[in-house]
Design a protein around this ligand. Structure first.
Ligand code: SF4
Length: 488
């Protein structure tokens, strides 16, 4: 992406930054974009931080985390990515990042749907963290037309409210409890969960349930706002900002936010003779499938060569070994001469030794999942691109049992491909992977860590001489003979 230096996104004046920062509620409603002045670095960095929060929420939801776990997750995410030692700065970051992502995620229906759902979830958990007083202030900000039930009416329905409270395990309402009377269609989730008393078309909503009312309003407002933003984006902003904001906006929705795997980690290196064994033990399904197809057909089309080749580079296969690896397979199909003429260049190119000399980066899950393999292609993500039957067979080949298989297929049906891959990792390794799988090279590294720690612990239980040998080979160190073995 083009470097944006320290130029600023030009808004009307600085003073408004103070006005936003001084907003009464710590939870903004994002009604209109503040006329703030934003540095271009912040424009992108703030959006990336918010995206980390939203993506982790999406991951938590698709992994089926319970409300209490989600609450803790959101607290942790906000602390890690959105806090600032100066509270006014945190508010500004919150507002700016929301509006940048609104631009990013307004552009297609799928993007809008995802953003709307994640922002609404974030808002829900943040609203619940607020004090009752702040919650009432937020309700007032929304101009909700609902009135609190007066004492006489409360007394007339008190018994019914008590019955509902008992049925959902809550304490009985006291005389000073606040209830709102709202049309029942405004609180569909409370009605569906039988969590409110309904009388003559109205639901009696307790103060600790008003989050449902507010979230409905928030969702509906944001949904309309995204459509309007999309119109503005297509009619003017995209063109006006084509040299400055548009490239950032277009890249953000597909950007990979995890670590960089373009270089092997911690001087890890793999050699030709290790690949076969590593493919079985530590390659994610996408790479294992490519590897198996290469061995079977002695050929892969361009997409497959790129996906597997860059992955192998990222896990530590040096250029000479990479050339030898591809040559050994391709020459069986096309002959050694044609390999040198037509294919070796691309391999050197991936390592930055030809053409623009760019050091190419291994593909993230997002990139692999969004690829579109054609007929005869084997690249892509099996969780997204395989038929269910083929996927079941492939998972069986990795040793995933029936119970684990059903959970994985369930995630795939709901289009949670990375979560399905995470569950596969956990089933294959018998170990949890709380961070989730975001990159094929991360899968490899995490797998190796687990396998090596298992090897070390099993070596401790083995005979001392074998234990020593294993640890030495893992640590790749040489050792002197004990002094009494040395001839004088
Ligand atoms: S989720 Fe990622 S690592 Fe797993 S198979 Fe798909 S692309 Fe590969």
């Amino acid at each position: 992406m083009q470097s944006l230096g320290t130029r600023r996104v030009n808004h009307q004046n600085d003073a408004v930054a103070v006005a936003v920062a001084g907003a009464a509620s710590p939870l903004p409603l994002y009604r209109s974009a503040p006329p703030l002045e934003v540095r271009l670095e912040d424009f992108e960095a703030f959006a990336v931080d918010r995206l980390r929060v939203l993506k982790a929420i999406s991951d938590g939801l698709s992994r089926g985390k319970k409300p209490e776990e989600m609450k803790n997750l959101v607290d942790e995410l906000l602390k890690t990515h959105m806090s600032h030692p100066k509270p006014p700065e945190a508010v500004n970051k919150d507002v700016i990042s929301h509006f940048v992502l609104r631009l990013v995620y307004c552009r297609t229906e799928d993007l809008r749907k995802w953003f709307l759902s994640m922002e609404t979830t974030l808002f829900r958990y943040r609203f619940k963290r607020e004090s009752e007083e702040a919650q009432r202030a937020l309700m007032a900000d929304f101009n909700l037309p609902y009135k609190a039930v007066n004492t006489a009416e409360f007394e007339s329905v008190k018994d019914k409210l008590g019955q509902v409270a008992r049925s959902i395990g809550q304490s009985l309402p006291t005389a000073d409890a606040i209830f709102y009377k709202v049309p029942f269609e405004d609180v569909p989730e409370l009605v569906a969960g039988r969590r409110v008393y309904i009388h003559r078309g109205n639901a009696y909503v307790a103060m600790n349930q008003v989050v449902s009312l507010v979230v409905t309003q928030f969702r509906s407002f944001l949904s309309k706002a995204l459509i309007l933003t999309n119109r503005k984006w297509t009619s003017s902003i995209k063109e006006q900002e084509k040299d400055r904001l548009t490239p950032i906006v277009e890249v953000l929705s597909t950007s990979y936010l995890g670590p960089d795997y373009s270089q092997p980690r911690e001087s890890a290196e793999i050699s030709l003779k290790d690949i076969d064994h590593l493919a079985k033990s530590s390659f994610p399904l996408c790479m294992r499938h490519l590897y198996d197809k290469l061995k079977e057909d002695h050929h892969l089309k361009h997409g497959g060569r790129m996906q597997l080749g860059l992955f192998l580079k990222g896990v530590g296969l040096k250029l000479d070994d990479a050339l030898a690896f591809w040559r050994a397979e391709f020459s069986q199909k096309v002959g050694a001469e044609r390999f040198e003429k037509e294919y070796a260049y691309n391999i050197r190119h991936n390592y930055g030794r030809e053409g623009k000399r760019t050091d190419y980066t291994p593909f993230s899950c997002q990139k692999v999942i969004s690829s579109t393999p054609g007929v005869g292609d084997h690249h892509g993500c099996p969780f997204r691109h395989f038929s269910e039957e083929n996927l079941r067979a492939a998972l069986g080949g990795m040793g995933v049992g029936n119970r684990g298989m059903d959970d994985i297929i369930d995630k795939v049906r709901n289009r949670h491909y990375q979560v399905a891959c995470t569950l596969t990792f956990e089933a294959v390794h018998g170990s949890s992977c709380d961070a989730g799988i975001n990159h094929p090279n991360q899968y490899f590294i995490d797998s190796q860590k687990i396998l090596q720690s298992k090897l070390i612990s099993s070596s401790y239980n083995a005979r001392p001489s074998r234990m020593l040998k294993t640890i030495i080979s893992l640590a790749n160190i040489s050792i002197c003979k004990p002094a009494h073995h040395v001839k004088q």
